[in-house]
Design a protein around this ligand. Structure first.
Ligand SMILES: Nc1nc2c(ncn2[C@@H]2O[C@H](COP(=O)(O)OP(=O)(O)OP(=O)(O)O)[C@@H](O)[C@H]2O)c(=O)[nH]1
Ligand SMILES: [Mg+2]
Length: 167
């Protein structure tokens, strides 16, 4: 008989671990850690502590693809979380087209590897930043605006974990 005990909202909030990897992922998560410090979500950049991962009811890995570091590190975090049966979602950002074909290709390769490893992958296009903005935004301003949109995914994932029946 499954126990229908739900985690309290406090437990649920604290149980989500958000990990930023690579230059983009680390920058985004560092900004989030300041802006969303009081939400109860735990943040880390670079390699996460095994103990923190094991305590987490869910892991969110944030990565910008196209460089050399982020893709392999995201894959490593996913593999570690999966080995501990921690539900994992990757938020992967694809590089701007103007950054060149080489970067787009490397991003696509990293995405294919992540898709094979992860059951929950959400993909975002930096190019959409250019379409969505009415005015001309500087790159940093555009990134900051995107931080907020991306954060709504963390909120959404938290809701999913909160409503999950505990067996
Ligand atoms: N949305 C968003 N995208 C970013 C940000 N910083 C970088 N990017 C994008 O992320 C892509 C990957 O860049 P990095 O994360 O720096 O790459 P890396 O994995 O560290 O790899 P190397 O720099 O080659 O060591 C870039 O090509 C940009 O398109 C950011 O703050 N926000
Ligand atoms: Mg980098």
């Amino acid at each position: 008989m499954p126990s229908l005990k739900r985690p309290t909202i406090e437990e649920s909030k604290q149980s989500l671990l958000v990990i930023g990897v690579g230059g983009a992922g680390e920058a985004i998560v560092e900004r989030w850690a300041k802006t969303y410090a009081d939400t109860g979500v735990r943040f880390c950049v670079g390699l996460s502590e095994t103990a923190a991962m094991e305590r987490a009811a869910g892991v969110v890995v944030v990565v910008g693809l196209g460089g050399r570091a982020g893709g392999p590190r995201a894959l490593l975090e996913v593999t570690r979380a999966k080995a501990r049966s921690v539900p994992t979602t990757v938020l992967a950002i694809l590089p701007f087209t103007f950054e060149g074909r080489g970067r787009r290709r490397r991003a696509q390769e990293a995405l294919t590897a992540l898709q094979a490893a992860d059951d929950a992958l959400r993909v975002f296009e930096n190019d959409d930043l250019l379409c969505d903005s009415d005015e001309h935004l500087g790159l940093q301003e555009a990134y900051h605006a995107f931080d907020g949109q991306l954060w709504s995914n963390v909120e959404n994932i938290r809701q999913i974990h909160f409503s999950r029946v505990q067996y």
